[in-house]
Design a protein around this ligand. Sequence first.
Ligand code: SF4
Length: 683
Amino acid sequence: MNIQYTPTTCPYCGCGCGFNLVSVDGKLKGVEPWKRNPVNEGKLCPKGNFSYEFVHREDRLTTPLIKKGGEFVEATWDEALDLVASKITEMKEANAEQLAFLSSARCTNEDNYAFQKFVRTVIGTNNVDHCARLCHGPSVAGLAQTFGSGAMTNSLESCAHADVVFLIGTNTLEQYPLMWRRALQAKEKGAKIMVADPRFTPSAKQADLYIPFKSGTDVALLNSMMNVIIAEGLEDKEFIENRTKDFEELKAMVQKYPPEEVEKITGVPADLIKEAAIMYAKADSAALLFSMGITQHTVGTENVMSTSNLAMLTGNIGKPGTGVNPLRGQNNVQGACDMGALPVVYPGYQAVIDEQLGEKMQTSWGCGDLSCAPGLTVVEMMHAAHDGDIKGMYIMGENPMVSDPDLQHVEAALNNLDFLVVQDIFLTETAALADVVLPAYSWAEKDGTFTSTERRVQYIRKAVDGPGETRDDWEIVSDIATRMGSDLFKFNSAQEIFEEIRSVTPQYAGMNQERLSKPEALHWPCPDEEHPGTPILHAERFATPDGLGVFKAIEFKPPAETPDEEYPFILTTGRMLFHWHTGSMTRRSKTLDREVPTGFVEINPEDAAKLGIKNKEMVKVKTRRGEIEVPAKVTADIIQGTVFIPFHFAECAANMLTSGDALDPFAKMPELKVSAASVEKLE
Ligand code: SF4
């Protein structure tokens, strides 16, 4: 019997926990703690504990598939790749801008790097994006404007040193359990936890101060807290004077948000706003955490900038226990962004519109002219496909048929394509619509790196062989590029790709194999091999050109859709402890699936009573986009007038109801957290 322990990194949330995958005679049997890993110190949440269960499923894709006469037929790699290469070449020669590419936050940095390099150097477009658009696009856009760098400012461990931990729009206990552990460590030392959320989430239940507010009113709430802080003279005058600019504009603007007026917008009693503001401002160190409750709005970028305003106003930046900390969703969403799987930047956030940077990348890659026109974002791609302006799409490791807003529209868009390629590990709802399906390794079958939400770059390591004829994602992409005539993809290993990544990505330049092999790995920026990495950003200066943080005077704007007589509820969507995103992996884990086998709609008991709805009864939830039938979960954990549906479940998909019409003007984020909805009991 051959037993192996392979240290690797979790494939689910952005915490980036490490553990050992245990294999016996080439089959995964479980996980064991990896106590030296500093992220989680041997602890895991249920998703990490059972992360191995989907890997050997019988419904894994094992061979390439080509659709013929509406049915999938097994094909050889040569048949499938020749078909993909020839179709994409033909379409590129007609018009490269009619092709669009979705990269993946589940794949490694090496996969994402190869994918965007393929799109830019072989196809000649910047039409490449991924699901960061639908989670933390506004974090990148907002923090870049206020701090000059669009990433989490502090490490996870730093949170344990806070005196106040302020969670707004994040159910950290369920979504980032090992980050929540750090908040609890702070609490054990006497810190207070404040939670602002429309739902009385498990995180809110453990808070010292809970601030229930109407979804979509974040800016009003934060402005009002700043109003109180300035009125009480609690702002950090020295920090404002020495480290920031444009404070007077902010100060004048927040005067318009006294708590008594903001109570009418947010539903939060004025006294509670004052208490929250004073608690946050009086802390020696206050850490602000947020996730998609802040970002998934048409004002998502402005919400993010408001969190920056609050932190700068109180000097809570650049030291342990402070910071503005967007908790990035997927395991490698930070890395996919860092690698340039975005329509406006090359690796390292180097803007495609900057011709000098374009020339630098051309020299590094040894390629011809690169396009400096920004590409389409995820939602724009779907609109363009729907309208016939995008004719071909290549999706690596994403499942927009569950994750994207307005699924009827997404399905019509994908069906309208002339050619769709999907590369994945299962025949997902999206792969089922493809013309060609390419089977890839899962995370347990490959080497590479993930970059966690705290900018820590860590190895994943191959524990077992992939089933059937599966291959590495980067290898498949490189093979297609080579078949299309490129000689820029002669990679033999993930390590070779990483060497190229660090040569073109300034933040990764100092990360060599020896340094990354240590359990603590490295936080970017790490500009050279002597640099220790940067767990806490902005300690001395911000990453803006003049080194100053920028206050943004932001007025409250209501959501794109508000309740009315026909659709009287606010529908908000989100995640839960036992499942992950579109459920393609967690719903194939028998242990996790047993915990929560299907979706539900949370509704307040007062609202349910008015509609004659009892717990577990089937109801119809309807918006202007569509309707679903789903069991009711009657609970006082949600405020009246708001209902909540988790988005993991294709059979009662929350995104049948959400809208992709109105978008955040900076980050092109749709209003996933607020839809006007009706609820009725099904007879
Ligand atoms: Fe994995 Fe996140 Fe759970 Fe850690 S907290 S085990 S990274 S899902």
